[in-house]
Design a protein around this ligand. Sequence first.
Ligand SMILES: NC(=O)C1=CN([C@@H]2O[C@H](COP(=O)(O)OP(=O)(O)OC[C@H]3O[C@@H](n4cnc5c(N)ncnc54)[C@H](O)[C@@H]3O)[C@@H](O)[C@H]2O)C=CC1
Ligand SMILES: CC(=O)C(=O)O
Ligand SMILES: [Mg+2]
Length: 468
Amino acid sequence: MASSSTIIIRLEIRKSAISFGEVAVTIGACGGDIVATDVIRSSPETAIRDITVHVPDERREALVSHLSSLQGLKVVNVSDRTFLVHLGGKIEVTPRIAVKNREELSHVYTPGVAKVCRAIHEDESKAFSLTIKRNTVAIVSDGTAVLGLGDIGPYGAMPVMEGKAMLFKQFAGVDGFPICLDTTDTEDIIRTIKNIAPGFGGINLEDISSPRCFEIEERLKEELDIPVFHDDQHGTAVVMLAGMLNALKIVGKRREDVKLVIVGIGAAGVACAKMLLAAGFRNVVCVDRHGAIRAGEAYDNPMWSWLAEHSNPHGESGGLDEAIAGADIFLGVSGPGVLKVEHLQRMARDPIVFAMANPEPEIEPELAEPYVRVMATGRSDYPNQINNVLCFPGIFRGALECRARSINEPMKLAAAEAIASSVSEEELSESYIIPSVFNEEVVQRVRTAVIQAAIDTGVARRIPRDFR
Ligand SMILES: NC(=O)C1=CN([C@@H]2O[C@H](COP(=O)(O)OP(=O)(O)OC[C@H]3O[C@@H](n4cnc5c(N)ncnc54)[C@H](O)[C@@H]3O)[C@@H](O)[C@H]2O)C=CC1
Ligand SMILES: CC(=O)C(=O)O
Ligand SMILES: [Mg+2]
């Protein structure tokens, strides 16, 4: 996929030698799109300008070297906007009250704080009302499956976890705290998360590779009394189901009748398959590198053994080349370039394609569009963004407000239905099956649906005021 960047080029322009108009024309001829210009300094002889340019990555170097070669022009500096927004990290901790004098200090800190410590010691449930536990989620990764980039370690994972923390706060007012662990040992990860749990109202596991992620989540769910939610599994599955239900309305097909092929049966793929089966899809074929998962085969991965018994009702064998024949839906949570135009040509009428691998989807939308009726990716720069960011802020907002002990299946299903119903019948179209992440209604709808489901299923420890 042709990716592009926004770069800021600082230029020193000798006015007698070259005009800004000539510079702009040169940038355009090299494939750059000028987004903004700022004059930093100007004298009768020279001007220093910052030019913000959107440019395809493969043309970036040529553009800069062409500018450098022009008479009267000096390229002072080139910076990448994406790197600039990461300088110093993306979040910070700020106090909720200011301490202005010794009297106030004596309340928030010693000696006053001791009273509060004792009160919590006597009744631990008070931690929910007297500490940040009420509204804080740990976003924990070991860096082993970061987006589709693979095992890039805990340092490499931090920008994603900081990004999730930003989104938690901006969309749902939840304080997310990024924690990247320098261990990939399952027991070590479980022990560490249990040890830090007292300060948190929930645990959002992120980008931990499968199959370890399944055991880590299951064990923590059993051993902790706060929600533990592996976002790549459940957040992804919730948003996928919401989009899928709406996509089916567009093509006029029923979930019971369609053939749906999932490629990439890792964390996201397993959860998507389970959620689709629970929602009533019958013909789901799960394909990983070795081919379709089917009954009669032996698998080390217990999730695959479960899927072998519960999916692929016709016992199909072979890989994607075979499974795609006559499929109504392709769902990719694998890696770039897995799906080819030849595959699309062999699908049933009105194909639905969810190519959700990040950052590069299973097929370029531009390539697929002539052959598909509904196309979705995980990316922000195309229509129909199927991304777990539509789920995790609202689901944790709801879970924290009702102090849920866990996030269970009915709460996930309620979240999926709330997201799907954020697109009205009138709004629904091929390019609008899922609401925008900036649609402020989504978090509120998800929060409300999740709290109701938590109350109905008995996992809520507190009934929020608007539910009393
Ligand atoms: N749009 C969204 O909201 C989300 C997208 N994703 C994306 O889904 C992808 C997978 O993520 P995870 O499940 O967390 O990773 P994972 O590492 O747990 O699983 C990936 C699975 O895909 C399989 N796979 C990779 N290439 C394949 C190929 N060519 N053919 C068949 N199988 C193949 C692997 O064997 C593995 O089982 C990543 O690209 C990730 O960015 C994941 C979570 C959310
Ligand atoms: C979106 C996300 O969580 C992922 O691609 O891993
Ligand atoms: Mg992820």
